[in-house]
Design a protein around this ligand. Structure first.
Ligand code: SF4
Length: 492
């Protein structure tokens, strides 16, 4: 999972790209990069949080009114500095590209780039392959003369990508002398929203980003979503060209709503906050049906992604919502910390139970999802240590049974608790008095009930095993899992 942004402005963009990274920091805390251009490319990138990478000195070097940024948490490729996006190539034009997603036919594409296009790959990142495919598609002995002709060439190059590349990809790119380009995979799996603001000279500035979390702070008005299969080009004069090159079903990632996106984001024209409230409502209804005799005294969210769903869950049940677990926000989310040992260690550092809220009560703990189960088990243990009479567990998302190959860093099948245990076994493992998962249809309903959206059915492959690009069979799953494990271990 990563965060990307691209800005076309009437004034220097570096500071706003930095702000975009800050507002998307929850999507990737491993590394970040910014590239801008005026008469040449300027780049700064590094490993760590944005505030550790950028400073007054290196920000001054990022000149230009057009640029892109990237927050990285790798789902493909290693963890080193060389793998940090944006990537760039000098031929043709000078092109830089940032990508959120994961290409499932990386191996085939990489060997095509190396053999057919005789380009050198300097990393194992799928984003670098995407850059070279894009660059190759734009290479012409006689370059187009007008921006209209250049847009036609862009359409051809991106359509070629849509035909060749499998998996999920939202892309921002800058091209020297040409402008800003964005596109989104044909099924719109990873998010990409757009915004605009008047530039004071009768024209407009434009922003494209994984989430609209920075729009208000930066004075942009939300302008909807980049559609699946759509290409948008803003030329250097601010003229906008756009075309939906291919129409397939719209299957955006449901996990964005469950866990990743910030609650104040609106993705695919659906409010994440409202979707989470509806998840809590649907789950409360199911709880009352299944466990009419088990009404908790108190509902405590596993902070903080589950807070919103827990709020509506408690409201529907007519019981008190309590922040009975205090989260130390200076420790990163355990889900995105590499390595099992670190994760185990971090639960107690991260969450502190409040005894007054717990002792002698029937406590309902609510979490957005259960992935490996270790954190949930430790939370239950903490609640019991602090005197809970009974502990119930409700999960806003159905059991996570399969890995994600579309840009979210999920564990392998062997590490997913629901891939190895049924619900009763998980209940025993967690040592809770009752456990209820959201049903798949109730989750999809919660996301799609409202909003002026065009979602056909969200991607829920990690929950129902239906890989929406139709690109994953047993052999591919083995290949992708092996690649992922090697990346984590730093092997070639
Ligand atoms: Fe999102 Fe799961 Fe689909 Fe991955 S498999 S894109 S996490 S819904």
């Amino acid at each position: 999972m990563c965060g990307i942004a691209g800005i076309f402005s009437h004034k220097p963009v570096a500071a706003e790209l930095y702000d975009s990274i800050i507002h998307l920091q929850h999507r990737g805390q491993d590394a970040a990069g910014i590239m801008t251009y005026d008469d040449r490319m300027h780049k700064e990138k590094g490993v760590g949080l944005a505030k550790e990478i950028f400073n007054n000195e290196n920000m001054k070097l990022l000149t230009g009114n057009i640029g892109i940024s990237h927050n990285r948490y790798p789902t493909h490729g290693g963890f080193s500095h060389g793998e940090v996006q944006p990537f760039w190539t000098s031929v043709p034009y000078g092109i830089a590209l940032a990508h959120n997603g994961n290409l499932t036919n990386y191996k085939e594409l990489a060997s095509e780039v190396i053999k057919t296009e005789t380009r050198y790959l300097n990393t194992t990142s799928d984003s670098e392959v995407l850059l070279h495919l894009f660059a190759d598609g734009l290479h012409r002995d006689v370059p187009p003369q007008t921006n209209e002709e250049f847009f036609e060439l862009l359409c051809e190059a991106v359509e070629n990508i849509f035909n060749k590349v499998r998996g999920a990809y939202s892309v921002t790119s800058i091209i020297i002398g040409k402008g800003l380009v964005v596109f989104r995979d044909p099924q719109g799996i990873r998010p990409l929203v757009k915004g605009q603001r008047p530039n004071g000279n009768g024209g407009k500035d434009y922003i494209f980003a994984s989430e609209n979390t920075m729009f208000y702070a930066m004075g942009y008005e939300p302008a909807g979503t980049v559609l699946p299969g759509e290409l948008i080009y803003v030329d250097e004069s601010g003229q906008v060209f756009s075309k939906r090159l291919i129409k397939k079903t719209f299957n955006p990632c449901i996990f964005e709503y469950v866990y990743f996106a910030r609650p104040d984001a609106t993705l695919n024209d659906v409010s994440v906050y409202r979707a989470r409230l509806r998840m809590g409502q649907n789950l409360a209804e199911a709880w009352q049906k299944k466990h009419p005799d088990k009404t908790p005294d108190i509902v405590i969210p596993a902070p903080s992604t589950a807070n919103t769903a827990a709020l509506s869950f408690a409201h529907e049940l007519g019981v008190r919502y309590s922040e009975g677990l205090y989260k130390n926000t200076f420790i990163g989310r355990t889900f995105i910390m590499p390595g099992q040992a670190e994760r185990k260690k971090s639960v107690k550092y991260k969450l502190v139970p409040q005894e007054l809220e717990i002792r002698d009560k029937k406590v309902m703990i609510m979490d957005d999802s259960i992935v490996r189960g270790n954190t949930s088990r430790e939370i239950v243990r903490m609640l019991k240590d602090f005197g809970a009479n009974e502990v119930y567990f409700a999960v806003a998302c159905p059991p996570v049974k399969s890995p994600c190959f579309y840009g979210v860093d999920m564990p392998t099948r062997g590490e997913l608790i629901a891939g190895n245990m049924n619900v009763d076994e998980i209940k025993s493992y967690l040592n809770v008095d009752a456990l209820l998962y959201q049903k798949i249809d109730d989750l999809a309903e919660a996301v799609t009930r409202r909003g002026d959206h065009h979602i056909d059915r969200p991607c829920m492959a990690c929950l129902d095993g239906n890989y929406v690009v139709n690109d994953i069979d047993g052999a591919k799953m083995d290949e992708m899992e092996t690649m992922r494990v090697n990346d984590r271990n730093g092997n070639d």
